[in-house]
Write a protein that binds this ligand. Structure first.
Ligand code: SF4
Length: 481
């Protein structure tokens, strides 16, 4: 297998990209509005806190159980799929996964692939790889289609084009879709995209999809979507290829029902999405539709590195709902492109180090205020703040420090001067007398500190003045001020 490098952007330019995003008022307004909307929709889906917490307990337990038995469940899932007539492939690296898909395309002389939404395919940069080998991929999810037309990456894992305004989309469609007139009417834009994409399903040689969940007991792929493009991609072309991370499997089909409920409510604030697609093999004898051939590519890409570590294994519980991003005070201000990784926001900060190595991502775990919002909304209770602290420590470890599970790129942010400062701080905290002397000196030096807001705090959204004073509110309740 080739070890040719992928075209990842440099995540360690996070600071420069974040600064540029903060200086773009349109981008900030788009994200602020969209994230407020999504936060409100999620909150409305969980009116009963007890029910929400019970469902989160269940979701966490299902995901932890699946991870505890992952090798066994994957073997069971594979044998069920093979028995149903599907082909199962194992890919350790992005290049292996890309080569598998290319080989399938070449075996069918395929030149056109239509894709449903798949973050795993984004992760391995499949479109670029196939384009280099003469195979064209068309994204059929409307958001993915928009970012593909704009030659961009998704800025959100659930809503890839959330950074675009209707004006941006109108200009893109007018410039790229034949006979598309300029309009900022949202319904008209949706219809234009829909018409443009209809041909892609009919013309495609292969349909490619991601996978939201997979059931080991029945060998079923579970796809969640709102547009129907996932269903068309997986049923109209004669060949269906699904790419899934190895962590997506759970023990039983029944377990996916509560996970789906958590996913849709946390992601888009919907009780249920418009489509659920359950796929358990290619078209069977006597069936009228469905692909004649089906392939499932099981992707590792660093996941076993996380799996080998008891604490970092929790990152594999993720069901890719994006709620942690929607509630993160950093993501909601800088947007997804600032991170430079396939998965932005809090989830990206804890999984990108396994996928890309800590040397390439050492800055990302520091892009957090550790406010804990991500951990509070995560439907499967991934302890994101604790993992961020762990990854910060890993990135700053001395190169010769022995650890149980060395992460790829550990020590990438190691700095001797920083280590000296922390040693001093630890010593001061451990000795009350030293601490008191230090505090006495530090308070007298406060006069030299800058009086104005600096850097990040300069860009924080100012607090809105309260519409009514506290005194007013207390008076209205008949309470003494
Ligand atoms: S870490 Fe939790 S909140 Fe974030 S995308 Fe994954 S499941 Fe959703």
């Amino acid at each position: 297998m080739s070890t040719q490098p992928l075209h990842f952007v440099a995540p360690n330019d996070f600071k420069a990209r974040a600064r540029a995003a903060l200086d773009d008022p349109d981008l900030r307004a788009n994200f602020r509005g969209a994230m407020d909307f999504l936060q409100g929709k999620r909150a409305a889906q969980f009116p009963d806190a007890d029910e929400r917490e019970a469902l989160r307990d269940l979701g966490e337990a299902i995901r932890r159980d699946a991870l505890a038995r992952l090798p066994e469940l994957l073997a069971q899932f594979e044998s069920q799929l093979v028995a149903a007539g599907a082909h199962v492939h194992w890919a350790e690296t992005p290049n292996e996964a890309n080569e598998i898909v290319l080989r399938i395309a070449q075996a069918h002389c395929a030149k056109r692939i239509v894709k449903g939404k798949s973050m795993a395919s984004e992760e391995i940069e499949l479109n670029d790889y196939l384009a280099e080998h003469g195979v064209t991929c068309t994204e059929s999810d409307l958001g993915e289609f928009i970012v593909q037309l704009a030659h961009e990456k998704p800025s959100h894992i659930v809503m890839p084009a959330i950074h675009k305004t209707r004006r941006d989309i109108a200009q893109l469609f007018e410039a790229n879709i034949p006979a598309a007139a300029y309009t900022e009417d949202v319904d008209a834009l949706i219809q234009t995209g829909r018409r443009a994409l209809r041909h892609a399903f009919v013309d495609a040689d292969i349909g490619l999809s991601g996978v939201n969940f997979a059931a080991a007991d029945t060998g079923t792929l579970w796809l969640v979507e709102n547009e129907g493009n996932g269903r068309l991609s997986t049923t109209v072309p004669d060949v269906h290829v699904a790419i899934m991370g190895i962590e997506k499997v759970v023990a039983k089909l029944d377990y996916i029902v509560p996970l789906s409920s958590l996913l849709t409510r946390s992601a888009t604030g919907q009780a249920i999405t418009t489509y659920f697609n359950l796929i358990s093999g290619p078209r069977r004898e006597g069936e009228q539709d469905g692909p004649r051939e089906m392939h499932v590519v099981l992707l590792d890409n660093g996941r076993t590195q996380a799996y080998a570590d008891e604490q970092l294994r929790a990152t594999l519980q993720c069901i890719r709902c994006g709620a942690c991003m929607n509630h993160c005070p950093v993501y909601t201000r800088v947007g997804g492109h600032a991170y430079g990784t396939t998965y932005p926001g809090p989830i990206g900060k804890i999984i990108s180090p396994h996928l890309l190595g800590l040397e390439a991502t050492a800055d990302l775990p520091t892009a957090s205020s550790l406010c804990g919002a991500c951990g509070e909304v995560c439907p499967v209770r991934i302890p994101i703040p604790q993992l961020l602290i762990r990854l910060r420590t890993e990135a700053n470890r001395a190169p010769d420090e022995a650890v149980a599970h060395a992460l790829r790129g550990q020590g990438a942010n190691y700095s001797r001067s920083e280590q000296i400062v922390w040693r001093f701080w630890r010593g001061a905290f451990a000795h009350p007398r030293v601490y008191r002397v230090f505090r006495w000196a530090a308070t007298r030096l406060a006069a030299f500190a800058p009086s104005q807001q600096m850097g990040w705090t300069q860009h924080r959204t100012p607090l809105k003045p309260a519409a009514r004073s506290l005194a007013d509110l207390l008076r209205a309740r008949g309470q003494p001020e």
